[in-house]
Every structure is written in C-alpha cells, then in structure tokens.
Ligand binder design. Structure first.
Ligand SMILES: Cc1cc2nc3c(=O)[nH]c(=O)nc-3n(C[C@H](O)[C@H](O)[C@H](O)COP(=O)(O)OP(=O)(O)OC[C@H]3O[C@@H](n4cnc5c(N)ncnc54)[C@H](O)[C@@H]3O)c2cc1C
Length: 493
C-alpha cells in the first residue's frame, strides 16, 4: 500500500533502496549508546515533531527496522501539559491533527495511539514504559520547543537504543556540516541538492501487524481521539488558559486546503502580494502546520511546481526552502540560538557601543503584551498575534525590530520577543521563531551605517511603514475595539 501519490514521471524508490539508505545515513542520529533489545516486542516510533505519515523519515526508519528484525511497529503520540507555553490554542490544534491521524492510520496499515496527560501530577512515564518493552525507540529530530532536551532525557533513562531522525526540510540537515552564515551561503548548497533530495519514495506499512492483545497488555491509558470531545478534554488540562484556541484548524486536511487555495490564487504574484499587509491572501498561512509537521514540505514543493513556472514559484520556494532550512541549520548548529551570544561579532561590538543610548520609549513586557504602545501598527500586529496565533510577515519584521528600541536592554528585547512570539504564535517555538527574531538583531545580515540604539543593526521604521506598505486595510482589521467604535461613529470624538 502506498502512503502518498508520487509524481507520475518518476519511479519512486522503494523503502530500503540505496537512496533511502543514503538519506537515512544523513538523517538518523543515535541519542544514546545502548543496544537494540532483540527481546523487545515492537519498534516504538515516538511521534513528536513530525505529526504526519507522509514523507516522514522517522516512520520510514522505524518501518525498515521493524521489518529487518521481524517485529511490529507501534506509533505513540503523546501530549503533555508542561511544554513551554502549553495552552488551549496549541493543544486543540495538535489534537485536531491527531484525530485525522487516528482516522487514517488503520487504512494505511499503521498502529497509531494518542495519549493525553491532563495534569502535571498524572502519569509522566508513558514513553519510558513503552520503551521498556521495545527493541528500539525512534523519534523526531527537532532543535527547539524542548523536543531535543526531552528526547535526550528519555534516551538517558531507557535501556534500549534511541534514534532521532530528521524530517525537518527537503534537504537533509546533515548535508550542512557547519552553521551557515546567511541565506546566500546555504542557497547554492540547497539548489545543488534539491532535485536529488526530492526523489519520491514509495512508502509501505510494516510487514507485521501489532496484535491487539499486545496493545491491550501495555499499561497506557490512550485517549480515544477519534470520538472524544476535544474541547472538553482540553478544558481538563493544566495549561495556560489565557491563550485561547483559534479558528485555524490543525490537521492535514486544512493544510492541504490552504495549499490548494494558495497555489491557485496566491502563488503567481507572491513576491509582490506578500509585501502587502492588507492582502490576506498574499501568503500560504501554512507556518503552523509546517511547524508541527502536519504537512510535508515535499508535498508543498510538488504542488507549487505543478501550479506555477519556475520563475513564479522562485520567491515562495526561497522562503520555504532557503530561509526555513537556514533556520533549522541555525538552531541545530548554534547552541546559543535563543541568546544574544548567537549574533555575529559586529553586532556584539555595536551593542556594547550603544547599550546606554537613550531609548525612544521604554515599555514593560505587560504593556507590550496588552498592545498598549504609542504605535498603531505595532499594536495591530500584537493584536493579530494574540487573536489569531499568526502575524503578517512584514508586520512581524516591524514588530520585532521596534522592540529593540523600546526595551531597557538588548537582552530584554530578545527575551520579550521570544516570550510573545512563542506564547501566542501557533507557529511559535519553531526554528523559524528564533531565526526570525534573531534576524531583527542582525543575524544573517550585514552592518548598516551607525544610528542611535540600532548601532549598526539594520533599522526599520514604523513611521516610514505607512509610506512603504499598504497598511490601511491591515490597520482597519486589527484596530482595537475602541478604535473600531470610533470609526463606527464616523471618527467623532
Ligand atoms: C520577528 C519574527 C518572528 C518570526 N517567527 C516565526 C515563527 O514563530 N514561526 C514561523 O514559522 N516563522 C516565523 N517567522 C518567519 C515568517 O514571518 C513566517 O514564517 C511567515 O510569515 C508565515 O506565514 P506563511 O505561512 O503565510 O508564510 P509563506 O510566506 O506562505 O511561506 C511559506 C512557509 O515558508 C516558511 N517561511 C516563510 N518566510 C520565512 C522566513 N522569513 N524565515 C523562515 N521561514 C519562512 C514558513 O514555514 C512558511 O509557512 C518570523 C519572522 C520574524 C521577522
């Protein structure tokens, strides 16, 4: 059985072919030195960051291992209440996606189970117990969102081998041995490997099914994600209730619908439309689904190439391949990705020289969080983020840059931006989150002529944004309630 449709003109590589083995050699990293347990009863794929069955290299690795040693495969996907910024927004999105996975697993010959740990005091050792009966644990490689740390802790505790497998980008992250300096340094490397990396793979389920008696004997209270009331389940979870669920639905179906709509109408003039904050259809709105791996970047590339010419799709693929894979490279190769230490030396020197420059305004984190600054564009962006879990890319750049001039120190500015972006963004906690925020501070960039506070960091002005971009529709959409009321009364005061 095939898990994905492949391009008609290309014969897909069977699982275990030289191409697949080469890719897995680049993509799989052992997290401990423990041995495979031959007496184990199954291969455990602990799904964390790649919440899909298509183009999932961890699932491919696990399937090959299962068949090699003649064991069945169990896919376990768990959701805990204590990841950073756990909220109904993120929980609901993930559970909607999990419901679709559960519905599709059986038809694909896969055994998938989802567990919800509602309270911190509840059973926190499900993976350990499942690992104690496994031959090997396979999980997803992911540099941020606490996933690498959680995987390393489990790998240290359990008795079997734990392997993390990269399904991050189209080109294996292991192809880039060092931290890349900028988009211009990674771009030609991605271009050289792209067609090779895009070769389709013919997936199939593991040969041996997992007996239901074995599943029943595992001491795990899996959730019936197919029929539970997701809202009621989320309401029982010990998470930050101030960050509410949003309209964007989790799951492959929504992601595919967004991709189809974008390929049909947003792709052709993406470069221009993406620069217009008032144009809601100017980008794909796929970042949240990409963040949790609900849709495969391979599928996006194929859809985009089918819908538009190479020239028309270039700008979009530049973002989705170059910048996204640069972000993963940054967070995988630079352990300081969340601190100012990640920035180039010229930024450090500039910050030392301008640390004491008087700031344009000083706000507290609370004032920022409640969109209470003097600037209407900034406040509108913050409202969009809080209310929808996303923010237009142009506004996000302006939003990030402005905080550099409004926080008491550069370190505060960075910490506050990470907090706001990751707490409210449905796509937050991603490698893109840290790369995007660090870009505001000069990462991947070059020095500019010196200015107060900015030093040699590229400045961006909220005042000039009105001339540069079409802000009217955006500001109308994200005006505060009192601003909207004022407008309804014809602007009278
Ligand atoms: C301060 C700041 C914070 C950011 N935080 C995040 C974040 O938390 N999560 C996140 O995914 N992106 C983040 N970005 C990058 C970018 O703003 C978003 O990826 C993009 O706006 C998402 O909208 P879209 O899905 O419609 O993108 P599209 O324009 O349709 O692009 C398609 C995909 O390409 C990737 N992409 C697009 N632009 C970039 C970029 N500049 N860098 C890296 N990848 C990109 C994303 O995965 C995106 O979904 C941030 C940028 C800045 C300046």
């Amino acid at each position: 059985m095939r898990l994905r449709l492949v391009a008609r003109h290309m014969t897909p590589h069977p699982l275990g072919s030289p191409f697949v083995r080469e890719q897995l050699a680049l993509r799989a990293t052992p997290l401990n030195e423990k041995r495979l347990q031959p007496d184990g009863e199954y291969i455990l794929y602990w799904m964390q960051a790649t919440q899909r069955f298509e183009d999932n290299w961890a699932l491919r690795y696990a399937t090959l291992e299962a068949d090699r040693i003649g064991k069945p495969l169990l896919i376990h996907h768990g959701l805990d209440p204590h990841y950073a910024h756990a909220s109904p927004r993120i929980h609901t999105f993930i559970m909607q996606g999990a419901r679709e996975l559960a519905a599709r697993a059986a038809t694909l010959g896969l055994t998938y189970r989802f567990a919800l740990r509602r309270r911190i005091a509840d059973d926190g050792r499900v993976v350990d117990r499942l690992a104690s009966r496994a031959c090997v644990v396979v999980t997803d490689l992911f540099p941020t969102a606490g996933i690498a740390e959680r995987s390393a802790r489990v790998a240290a505790r359990v008795n079997c081998r734990v392997v993390a497998v990269d399904s991050l980008g189209v080109v294996a992250a292991g192809s880039f041995h060092k931290e890349e300096y900028a988009a211009r340094t990674i771009r030609p490397k991605i271009a050289a490997l792209l067609d090779y990396s895009l070769q389709p793979v013919e997936d199939r389920p593991p040969s041996r099914a997992l007996p239901s008696s074995l599943l029943d004997s595992l001491d795990v209270a899996w959730l019936d994600i197919g029929s539970c009331d997701i809202r009621a389940e989320v309401a029982q979870c010990e998470i930050d209730r101030t960050v509410a669920e949003v309209e964007t639905r989790g799951g492959l179906a929504t992601a595919r619908a967004r991709l189809a709509a974008f390929a049909a109408s947003g792709l052709h003039d993406y470069a221009a439309r993406r620069r217009n904050p008032s144009d809601e259809g100017g980008s794909s709105h796929l970042s949240a689904h990409l963040h949790v791996g609900m849709i495969s970047p391979y599928e996006i590339v194929a859809a985009v190439r089918a819908a538009a010419s190479a020239e028309q799709s270039q700008a979009f693929l530049g973002e989705m391949l170059t910048w996204r894979e640069l972000s993963f490279n940054f967070c995988l190769r630079n352990q300081h990705y969340a601190s100012l230490a990640a920035l180039p030396d010229w930024v450090g020197r500039s910050m030392d020289a301008h640390a004491k420059d008087p700031r344009e305004a000083i706000y507290t984190l609370e004032e920022l969080e409640t969109a209470s600054t003097h600037d209407e564009i900034w406040n509108a962006g913050q409202r969009e983020l809080v209310q929808t879990g996303q923010m237009h890319n142009v506004v996000r750049m302006l939003w990030g840059k402005a905080v550099i001039t409004w926080a008491p120190t550069y370190a505060d500015a960075l910490a506050w931006l990470i907090h706001l972006n990751n707490k409210y963004g449905l796509d937050g906690r991603d490698a893109n989150s840290f790369a995007g925020i660090q870009w505001c501070f000069g990462k991947f960039d070059r020095p500019f002529p010196t200015r107060p506070v900015w030093g040699t960091i590229r400045p961006m002005s909220l005042q000039r944004a009105h001339q540069k971009y079409d802000m009217k529709g955006y500001l109308r959409r994200w005006a505060s309630t009192s601003e909207k009321q004022l407008e309804a009364f014809g602007g009278a005061t």
